[in-house]
Design a binder for this molecule. Structure first.
Ligand code: GDP
Length: 438
């Protein structure tokens, strides 16, 4: 196994930079750079750091030593907390690179080794990546929970139940004198059904975890000139969209990113929905409509007209969408719609509050572990299908072996999500505290 090293903190000038080393040659690397034996494990120790070839001083910094397996990767690990100057970092990285058995780590390699050494499962590793990418409070909470194992534990508990069911089925098949599908259905059917329905309700989550991770899409829709760009600018607090009173200026979809109550929101201004004149505008409208349909939420906007009535309608509004009447500085509102004036700013705070409430209720961090990636969803859907097939097999009196095979596949589908696919090993463990037949 090669020893890897990398700058673990962000590149560029900084007060402190952290260089991490992991692998069997770590102790030797610490000794080479500090001229002394590895410090006591888990204690920050101030050391002079020098280039082992020339003996030239590179920096003074803290050295931390973690003896495997009690480390992040499960291997011997050292961290050099040095000054974050470019030349200092380059000097230490260069010195490490010249040591035998050391090479620069590839992207994600420390975490990969942690996974391979059983320090974390795949969902925890994904949670760690999401935590580093988290930009809002709710994203951070969701990622932290996943990194701490909430999602992995849920899937492992399901897999454990499934393996017990499977073990039972296999024991019956092995020990029974004749095939016993009727008996198996009676004994195992309810448990399989319960598990399948728990997985299904976990899947029916409105994709809230995935939306929180990726960002919630909100589209402002309405005919030209009702003030969509003006509202976008108001909400963004800057000039992101071009406001003009010439109809059809918003040729494409403009987006600003907002943090609403900890939920990341991409707010898009769509091209005005009206008869297009030019082909460019037509394309803009097509994209705008597509965006309006695919968005998680819409702000459907009409505008009050001088002398009464409104321009536009709420036809595109779906349940949960917000209905808005703009330009209430020139005319009246509409029952059931939020009155605003993008021009004067009136009603904007109330609109933001309502939008924040809606977005956090639908997509905010949830107390229960949630699916955060399509990968999880695919694994769970496959598991659900295989459980259904096992149930159908029991009902149709198929052979116990076929049913057991479906259960085994279902357990594998769950195992693939956490990266634990060792059904056979687990079966042995389960069988040890099992006594059926004899
Ligand atoms: P969009 O085509 O829906 O994006 O509309 P714009 O934001 O480009 O606005 C169209 C015109 O309406 C511009 O002249 C804006 O200044 C004007 N406008 C926007 N909001 C308001 C408002 O609240 N009150 C009034 N009186 N005019 C507004």
């Amino acid at each position: 196994m090669e020893t890897i090293y990398a700058l673990s903190s962000a590149g560029g000038r900084a007060g402190v930079a952290v260089i991490r080393v992991s692998g069997p040659a770590t102790a030797a690397a610490v000794e080479a750079l500090t001229g002394a034996k590895s410090p006591r494990a888990r204690e920050a120790t101030l050391r002079k750091i020098s280039d082992p070839e020339t003996g030239a001083a590179l920096d003074r910094g803290l050295v931390l030593w973690f003896e495997g397996p009690a480390s992040f990767t499960g291997e011997d690990v050292a961290e050099f907390h040095i000054h974050g100057g470019r030349a200092v970092v380059a000097g230490v990285l260069g010195a490490l690179g010249r040591l035998p058995g050391l090479r620069l780590a590839m992207a994600g390699e420390f975490t990969r080794r942690a996974f391979e050494n059983g320090k974390l499962d795949l969902t925890e590793a994904e949670g760690l990546a999401d935590l580093i990418d988290a930009e809002t409070e709710a994203q951070r909470r969701q990622a932290l929970r996943q990194m701490e194992g909430a999602l992995g534990q849920l899937y492992e508990s399901w897999r454990g139940r499934l393996i017990r069911i499977l073990a039972y089925a296999e024991a019956e098949i092995d020990f029974a004198d004749e095939e016993l599908p009727g008996d198996l259905l009676w004994r195992l059917g309810p448990e399989i059904e319960a598990l399948a329905s728990e997985i299904q309700s976990h899947l029916d989550d409105g994709r809230r975890g995935e939306r929180l991770r990726d960002g919630v899409e909100v589209a402002i829709v309405g005919p030209p000139n009702v003030g969509k760009s003006s509202l976008l600018n108001r909400l963004a607090g800057r000039d992101a969209a071009i406001v003009s009173d010439e109809a059809g200026t918003t040729r494409d979809v403009l987006e600003v990113r907002l943090d609403l109550g900890g939920v990341p929101v991409a707010l898009a201004d769509t091209a005005g929905l009206r008869e297009a004149e030019g082909s460019v505008e037509k394309e803009g409208i097509r994209r705008g409509l597509a965006k309006a349909h695919s968005a998680d939420l819409r702000l459907v906007m009409v505008a009050a007209k001088r002398g009464g009535g409104v321009e536009g309608d709420f036809e595109l509004a779906q349940p949960g969408d917000l209905r808005i009447v703009n330009k209430t500085d020139v005319g009246g509102g509409v029952e059931g719609a939020l009155p605003i004036s993008a021009l004067s700013g009136e009603g904007i705070e109330a609109l933001l509050a309502t939008l924040t409430e809606r977005v956090t209720a639908l997509f905010g961090a949830s107390e229960n572990p949630v699916i955060t990636r399509a990968r999880h969803r695919e694994g769970l859907e496959a598991c659900g299908r295989e459980l259904e097939r096992a149930l159908a097999g029991l009902r149709d009196d198929r052979s116990g072996e076929l049913v057991a095979e479906d259960l085994r596949l279902a357990a594998r589908s769950l195992g693939r999500i956490t990266g634990r696919v060792d059904v056979e090993d687990l079966l042995d463990v389960v069988f040890r505290d099992f006594c059926i037949g004899k």
